[in-house]
Design a protein around this ligand. Structure first.
Ligand code: TK8
Length: 333
C-alpha cells in the first residue's frame, strides 16, 4: 500500500517535472462542439481536456463549449481560420467548402464496418486528406467516430424507396448529402445541425439522418416517431486546431495536443461503439417505431446512390477515389 502510493506519487512527480522542464507556456484553448455536453462528443472533449491538463502540468487549459454555443460547424471553422477560436470538433462533411477532398468520406456505403473506417482514416489516405487542411489554415489532429447514419422522420415508416417521396429531409451543408437524398426521392434541405431540433419540432422539416448516439443525445426521439435502419454512410468527426494558434505553439505544446488527441480518439471510439450498441433499444423504449429495410430495398437504395459516386470522384479527384478503393481492397483481402 505504502509502496504503491510512493510509486504513484513518484510517477505523478515525473509527469509534472517533465511538463515543467518542457517548453510549455500557460495557454487557454477554447474548444467548441455541436452536440450536448451529455453526448459521446461531449464526453470525448472532456477526456481531451483532462489529458491536455495532465500532459502539460495544468499549464494548458481547455475550455469546452458544447451545444454549438460558439456557433455551428461552419461558423466555428471560420472562427478557427480567423484565430478567434483555438479548437473544435465537427463533421468532416461540413468541411467540404474548405477542403473538397473531405467529400470522399461522404461516399454512401463506403465502409462496411467500423474496423474498415479506422484502418482507412488512420492510414495513409486518411492522413493525406487531413494534411490538405493545413494550406487552408486549419490543422487536423485525429478522426473521431460520429458513426453510421440512420434515417428518422415524423411522417411515416420508410420501408421502401417510394416512402421517401416528398419527405422534407434535413441534410448537412454538403453537396454529396444533398445529391444522395435527392437521388433517393426526398426533398433534401441543407441546414446547420444547431438549427435541427427546432426545425424538426416546428415541422419545418420532416426528418433527418444521424447515428443512434446523436438521435438519443439530441433527444430527436421527442420530435421524430419513425426510425429506419439504413446505415447509409459512415460519418467521421475531425478534431481541428486553428493554424494561427498552432503556429504560435512550441514543439512540446504541439506534442501535448497530439498525444491528448490520440488518447481522446481511442476513448471516443470505444465509448461511441458501446453506446451505439444499446442506444437503438433505448430509442424504442422512448417510443420510436423502428424498422429495418429488407435486402431488396437496400439493394435498390445502393443502386440509386451509386449515381452520386461519379460526382464525388470528380470533386475529390480520381486519384484519391482510386487510392481509397485500393486501400479498401487491401483491407478486405
Ligand atoms: C455536430 C454535427 C453533427 C452531424 C450533423 O456539429 O450535422 O448532422 O452529424 O455531428 O457535425
Amino acid at each position: 500500500m505504502k509502496l504503491k502510493a510512493l510509486v504513484l506519487s513518484g510517477l505523478i512527480g515525473l509527469v509534472s517535472a517533465n511538463a515543467m522542464a518542457a517548453d510549455i507556456q500557460s495557454r487557454m484553448i477554447r474548444f467548441g462542439y455541436g452536440l450536448n455536453e451529455d453526448s459521446n462528443q461531449g464526453r470525448a472533449v472532456q477526456k481531451f481536456a483532462a489529458e491536455v491538463g495532465k500532459l502539460s502540468g495544468d499549464k494548458m487549459k481547455v475550455r469546452a463549449f458544447g451545444a454549438a454555443t460558439l456557433g455551428s460547424d461552419l461558423q466555428m471553422q471560420q472562427a478557427l481560420l480567423g484565430g478567434a477560436q483555438e479548437m473544435m470538433v465537427g463533421s468532416t462533411a461540413t468541411l467540404v467548402g474548405i477542403v473538397p477532398e473531405m467529400a470522399i468520406w461522404d461516399t454512401p456505403f463506403l465502409f462496411n464496418n467500423a474496423e474498415e473506417a479506422d484502418a482507412v482514416l488512420d492510414g495513409p489516405v486518411g492522413e493525406k486528406v487531413m494534411a490538405k487542411l493545413e494550406e487552408k489554415g486549419l490543422v487536423g489532429l485525429v478522426y473521431w467516430e460520429n458513426g453510421f447514419r440512420n434515417l428518422t422522420n415524423s411522417r411515416r415508416p420508410v420501408t421502401s424507396l417510394e416512402d421517401m417521396d416528398g419527405i422534407r429531409l434535413r441534410v448537412m451543408q454538403n453537396n454529396v448529402f444533398l445529391d444522395s437524398f435527392k437521388a433517393l426521392g426526398a426533398n433534401a434541405v441543407p441546414m446547420a445541425f444547431s438549427e435541427l431540433f427546432t426545425a424538426l419540432e416546428t415541422r419545418t422539416v420532416d426528418g433527418q439522418e444521424n447515428p443512434y448516439n446523436t438521435i438519443l443525445s439530441s433527444k430527436f426521439y421527442e420530435v421524430q416517431k419513425y426510425l429506419t435502419v439504413t446505415n447509409h454512410v459512415y460519418s467521421p468527426w475531425i478534431v481541428l486546431v486553428s493554424k494561427k494558434f498552432w503556429d504560435k505553439l512550441s514543439d512540446d505544446e504541439r506534442r501535448v495536443l497530439e498525444q491528448a488527441a490520440a488518447a481522446s480518439r481511442d476513448f471516443e471510439r470505444r465509448d461511441t461503439r458501446e453506446e451505439a450498441a444499446w442506444a437503438l433499444a433505448e430509442l424504442k423504449e422512448k417510443g420510436m417505431e423502428v424498422n429495418e429495410l429488407d435486402a431488396a430495398q437496400v439493394d435498390r437504395m445502393r443502386e440509386r446512390l451509386t449515381e452520386v459516386n461519379q460526382g464525388i470522384a470528380k470533386e475529390v479527384g480520381q486519384q484519391l477515389w482510386d487510392d481509397v478503393q485500393a486501400e479498401l481492397q487491401k483491407i478486405r483481402g
